[in-house]
Design a protein around this ligand. Sequence first.
Ligand SMILES: Nc1ncnc2c1ncn2[C@@H]1O[C@H](COP(=O)(O)OP(=O)(O)OP(=O)(O)O)[C@@H](O)[C@H]1O
Ligand SMILES: [Mg+2]
Length: 317
Amino acid sequence: MPAFDSRLIGNSTEFARVKNTARLIANTQANVLIVGESGTGKECFAEAIHAHGSRAHKAFVTVNCAAIPDGLIEAELFGYRKGAFTGANGDQRGHIAAADGGTLFLDEVGELSLLAQGKLLRFLESQQIQPLGSSETRRVDVRVIAATNRDLYQAVSDRRFREDLYYRLNVVPLAIPALRERRDDITALLDHFTGEFARRHGVRAPSYAPAARKRLKGHSWPGNVRELRNLSERMVVLHPQREIDVAELPPEIHTPIVKNASRLFQLPATGIDLNALEADVLGQALTMSSGNRSGAARLLGISRDTLLYRLKKYALD
Ligand SMILES: Nc1ncnc2c1ncn2[C@@H]1O[C@H](COP(=O)(O)OP(=O)(O)OP(=O)(O)O)[C@@H](O)[C@H]1O
Ligand SMILES: [Mg+2]
């Protein structure tokens, strides 16, 4: 369907599978929780699901949950009447009312405070809003799509995110794989963005030498599609009409490619404290296995003796 394939470039097996799920979701009214690293395309998916469903001709309203201070959350979501608080100089429709009949996109939903989570949950359960300073409640029909790059399930176990809200939002989960987990999409995305930016900047598109393409395919793309998009634009601007070889690629792409570079862990440029990391992982395994040492050892793929030795080393025994 055009709404998906023209907006969401990529046909790797992994990505095609996610697009198929999104297509199924788009035909329903179910709440969706989109998870994925920063820059993987969560917002793109939310827009495509809206554009492809029965609410397409109605509003798509984005709420950046990370940007709303706690004191303003009710006013922002539910709106207010003139005089409801100091500075309320007129009636203001909130985001939820603005999305009536359409889709409410709750971006970075994992950043909501517990207080804000409670208010949102109340709305999701009642489907009703009461603007601040108003005595009337109003029924609103919105489809909610939420997105986060946090592990919300972990946040629920840590009691930073309400479990009841989590299940309300996560009726259907949609996990967008990181770009390094779908390297077959890299070339198509590169060509797509190169064309887009050449048109936008009114220049002839550069081409990429095979070695440069190979290098790009091997990069780990910590910033995912956003990083690739920015790089494509930079190359269009700096090397119009030229052939880009490895030497023209920016330094961060220059790090040598490790064979089979599907890393378990990406070492940050700032380095890490390996001992602290090991102690932390050991602690997590013990918590997960409810203190059972054999269970923890199994989780870590080491023998019970090795586990006991390491626990002793970090005084975790
Ligand atoms: N499959 C794709 N095809 C074309 N463009 C894409 C695709 N995925 C992402 N993009 C583009 O990459 C950029 C980042 O995507 P988007 O904003 O949707 O990511 P995100 O997951 O919401 O990131 P963040 O977590 O940082 O908010 C945008 O410019 C978007 O248009
Ligand atoms: Mg986003």
